[in-house]
Design a protein. Structure first.
Length: 106
């Protein structure tokens, strides 16, 4: 990946979006307290997204809960795959055998 940097990269593309005017004004007021314009703030967000290769902000409670639910669903899917792969009693692997093969203790 190239080193993209919003402060030095040529700015030849435009981006438009619709937003509630009151929300826009409040965000601009907050950014202005830090000496930033809306464009500066969006560019900072985009740069941090590139730097982090993902969303640059911390997870919220709602986000953590969503990830937790996705992890639980994935776990149950894997458990079900394991259960459905057992066709006969010979398909089961003894717990002691697993520990001997992969290490660990009881």
């Amino acid at each position: 990946m190239t080193d993209l940097n919003v402060t030095t990269a040529p700015k030849t593309a435009t981006f438009q979006m619709r937003i509630n005017p009151e929300i826009k004004a409040e965000a601009e007021r907050i950014f202005a307290r830090s000496g930033l314009t809306m464009t500066d703030a969006v560019n900072m967000f985009l740069q941090q997204t590139i730097n982090e290769e993902g969303f640059p902000m911390g997870m919220t409670r709602a986000g953590r809960e969503m990830l937790r639910q996705q992890a639980i669903a994935a776990l149950f899917d894997e458990i079900e795959k394991g259960r459905s792969s057992v066709r006969t009693e010979d398909d089961w692997i003894d717990g002691d055998e697993i520990l001997r093969e992969f290490g660990g203790s009881q």
